[in-house]
Design a protein around this ligand. Sequence first.
Ligand code: UD1
Ligand code: MG
Length: 466
Amino acid sequence: MPKSRTAAIVLAAGKGTRMKSRKPKVMHEIANRPMIGHVMAALKPLHCDPVVLVVAPGMEAVAEAAVPAQIAVQREQLGTGHAVMAARTTLKSVSGDLLVLYGDTPFIATATLEAMLKRRRGADDPAVVVLGFRPDEPGGYGRLVLGASGGLDAIVEACDATPEQRAIGLCNSGVMALDAERILPLLKELRNDNAKSEYYLTDLVALARGRGWDCAVVEASVEELMGINSRADLAAAEQVYQQRARASAMEGGATLLEPASVYFSHDTQLGQDVVVGPHVYFGPGVTIESDVEIKGFCHIEGARIAAGARIGPFARLRPGAAIGPDVHIGNFVEIKNARLGPGAKANHLTYIGDAEIGGGTNIGAGTITVNYDGFSKSRTVIGPNVSIGSNSSLVAPVTIGAGAIVGAGSVITENVPADAMAIARGRQVNMTGRAQTFRAKRKKTTKAKPAKKAGARSGTKRKSGK
Ligand code: UD1
Ligand code: MG
């Protein structure tokens, strides 16, 4: 990690018109994290101070996703050089190195930024280090023009380039490491007499060379530098991210039965020997300990799952679900803001919300914690080793003591003491022979009034309920 002081500027004031979105481009998410959050995460280990995010007016809402970046507003989008000028007052007096990144290039790696800073501090003391790459189609990218000694002489924008320059395969990613003291004073020398009438940050290279200062190039992969300009780019980036997340989950000792159908969030944590079935979605904030099995078609977010638990298939764990060790959660079970103790079971068709379930307790099929009365949420507390019979409604707030048994089909509205048996349902009445007499009566009435032929016209309404 670099010792001397480093500041960073992240450019994000571009309109992003091709996204066709009401929200700023850098707020679009990859793996459930805004693009700008990915960039900030790459910067974090470098401890840059300050980090300034340049946005357009009306985009101040990105501040929250870009913590701890300070926000500088670029009133008009007059080019990348102009954007850096807009950050100058926020930067104040930066004397060390300055990294320039783009907010819409989310996969930039910390190691690459470190390599750039290392190169910047090399013995030849280059004033500018540019991150280059070699895309299959250089198209509209700026071209890196190298000198005889291999140093960087200039960056030429595609629209301003000669045919010879356009033939250069090495392109400008936009990421730069600058010696702030030498380079920032050159900003005022930038001119907009070019094809786009913009102040190009890239012109700094030629200005530095004009002063006899060296400039250098560090190269990185195309994948790392993919920029997001459209929804299709966003989808492609998501795919790249997911493929990496799946690979790293497997490298970390998890089994994915069908990797391509498992979706990870940026912060998903899987322990060793976790087995994940097909079509599982991990939303933000999921931590899974070792030896957990997640069967197919589960939707899990904001949940902690302790070692040895078995989840699904078709289970939904919502935020605040804390699943204890060796718990079994089965099909069509939804759990929200609830804690289940060791070995508890809810195997079928259940809603557990705002609840505390003791260890060893069994929740029968179709049980519902009735936590919402239309105004507020209430808690259900169930002790250890309780048995809740199938199809019970537990009307919260309610407490069921340790070792209690609740009879199937109960609607529990009052607390149940420990070791008690509660049955709260209508008593069954068996009427001997009544089914037979009922059938006989129905047959008679049906014969007396034969059904009209289908399609026959009638002025009267047909009776329903046959
Ligand atoms: C820029 C580079 C080009 C490089 C390419 C890589 C310049 C002049 N050109 O071109 O050499 O190959 O990126 O993708 O720098 N931005 C602002 N304010 C502005 C203009 C842009 O904040 O006034 C931000 C954008 O939000 C974006 C970044 O700067 O994050 C790049 O802007 P963009 O317009 O995409 O530059 P390119 O023309 O692609
Ligand atoms: Mg661009």
